[in-house]
Design a protein around this ligand. Structure first.
Ligand code: KG4
Ligand code: ZN
Length: 341
C-alpha cells in the first residue's frame, strides 16, 4: 500500500510517499520545506503567515513529487490536528480536494500519533520495531506527554505538562538569550562546552510521584538569573553556562520522569517522539538510562524527529491496516486541539 502524507500543522510544509508492506514502511519520498526564515523576524510562528506560505508551497511541491493523476497512491493521510488552525486547514483542504478528484480514501491523522510512528519508518539503524506496550515520551514545541501505547492506534496518556511544553521552554529561553527561532537547536549548540553545574535551575515536579511535567518555573528562574547578571549577557562563557545548565535541567526531568513511569508501568519498550527528540543530550541520556534497566529504546533518526510527512503517512498506514472503516468523510475538519488519548 502506498500512502501520500501531508503535513502543515505548524511552520513546515511537508509531503511524503511511503510504501507499506506488513510491518515494513519504506520512505520513498519525504520533502520538508521550512518557513523558519519567514517567522524568524516575528520571534515565533504567525498562524496566518504560516497558512499563506503553506498554500504557496504545497502545489509546486505536489507537482514536483506526486503523479498528477494520483496513480499508484492508495490512501491520502493528512495531519488534521493538533496545531495552528489556519495552518492545519490548508493541508486538510488540499488533502480533501485530492481525495475527491482522485477518488481515494482520506485519513485525518493526529500529529502526535505521527511523531510516535516516526519510529516505525525504515532507516539504517532500525533493527526491530517497538514492542507493545510501549511508553512514549512526546516532546514537541506544543506538547510534552507520556503516553502508553498498548497496540496500534491505542493510546493512553499517563502524564503531561501542566504549563509550558519542553520545546516551548527551549524556544522561550532562546528568546531571552536573543537567539533565533526556533530556539532548541541554538540552545543545544550554545550548551556545548558550557558547565551544566554552573546554575542550579529547578527541576519542576521532580519529587512528585505522578508523571506530569512543569517547565514554567525553570523558565522564570532562567529569566531572573539573566536579569541579575545583565552585564554578562554578552559574555560567551556565561551564555554557554546558562544554556548548558538549562538544557541539563530539562533533560534531567524528561529522563527521570520517563524512567519512573517505566518502573511503575513496566513497558516492553520506550519510544521518543517529537522535535525535541532531535536534542543530542536527550537522546544520549535516554539511551543510557534505558540501557541500564534493559528496556529497548527507540529514537527516530534526526530527519524524522522534527516535523515531516513520512511519519503522518506511517500513522495513516497502521490505521488503514487496523480499522475496517478507516476512511474520513470529505467533511473532515481540522481540529487544532485534537487529543491523542
Ligand atoms: O515536533 P516539532 O518539529 O514541531 C511541533 O510539533 O511543535 O518540534 C519543534 C520543537 C521546537 O520547540 C524546537 O525548538 C524543538 O522542537 N527542537 C529542539 C531541537 N530541535 C528542535 N529542542 C532542543 N534541542 C534540539 N536540538
Ligand atoms: Zn511536531
Amino acid at each position: 500500500m502506498r500512502i501520500l502524507g501531508i503535513e502543515t500543522s505548524c511552520d513546515e510544509t511537508a509531503l511524503a510517499l511511503i510504501d507499506g508492506q506488513d510491518d515494513k514502511l519504506t520512505v520513498e519520498k519525504s520533502v520538508v520545506l521550512s518557513q523558519v526564515k519567514e517567522h524568524e523576524k516575528y520571534g515565533g510562528v504567525v498562524p496566518e503567515v504560516a497558512a499563506r506560505k503553506h498554500l504557496e508551497a504545497i502545489f509546486p511541491m505536489l507537482e514536483h513529487e506526486v503523479p498528477r493523476t494520483g496513480d499508484g497512491i492508495d490512501v491520502i493521510a493528512v495531519t488534521s490536528g493538533p496545531g495552528l488552525a489556519p495552518a492545519l486547514r490548508t493541508g486538510v483542504e488540499v488533502a480533501k480536494t485530492l481525495a475527491w478528484i482522485w477518488d481515494k480514501p482520506l485519513l485525518g491523522v493526529s500529529h502526535l500519533e505521527g511523531h510516535i510512528y516516526a519510529n516505525w519508518l525504515q532507516h539504517e539503524g532500525l533493527k526491530e520495531l517497538p514492542v507493545f506496550p510501549a511508553l512514549c515520551l512526546i516532546v514537541s514545541g506544543g506538547h510534552t506527554e507520556l503516553v502508553v501505547m498498548r497496540g496500534h492506534g491505542q493510546f493512553q496518556r499517563v502524564g503531561e505538562t501542566l504549563d509550558d511544553a519542553s520545546g516551548e521552554a527551549f524556544d522561550k529561553v532562546a528568546k531571552m538569550l536573543e537567539l533565533p527561532y526556533p530556539g532548541g537547536p541554538h540552545i543545544a549548540k550554545l550548551a556545548q562546552g558550557g558547565d551544566v553545574r554552573a546554575f542550579d535551575f529547578p527541576r519542576g515536579l521532580i519529587e512528585r510521584k505522578d508523571f506530569n511535567f512543569s517547565f514554567s518555573g525553570l523558565k522564570t528562574s532562567v529569566l531572573y538569573t539573566l536579569r541579575k547578571n545583565e552585564s554578562r549577557l554578552q559574555d560567551e562563557s556565561f551564555r554557554r553556562n546558562i544554556a548548558a545548565s538549562f538544557q541539563e535541567a530539562v533533560v534531567d526531568v524528561l529522563v527521570k520522569k520517563t524512567m519512573r513511569a517505566a518502573e511503575s508501568l513496566k513497558p516492553s519498550s520506550i519510544v521518543l517522539a517529537g522535535g525535541v527528540a532531535a536534542n543530542v543530550e536527550l537522546r544520549h541520556r535516554l539511551a543510557e538510562a534505558t540501557e541500564n534497566v534493559g528496556i529497548p529504546v527507540f529514537i527516530p533518526p534526526l530527519m524524522f524527529s522534527t516535523d515531516n510527512a513520512a511519519m503522518i503517512a506511517a500513522a495513516g498506514y497502521y490505521r488503514a491496516q487496523k480499522e475496517d472503516n478507516f476512511v474520513d468523510p470529505l467533511t473532515l475538519a481540522a481540529d487544532p486541539n485534537m487529543d491523542i488519548a
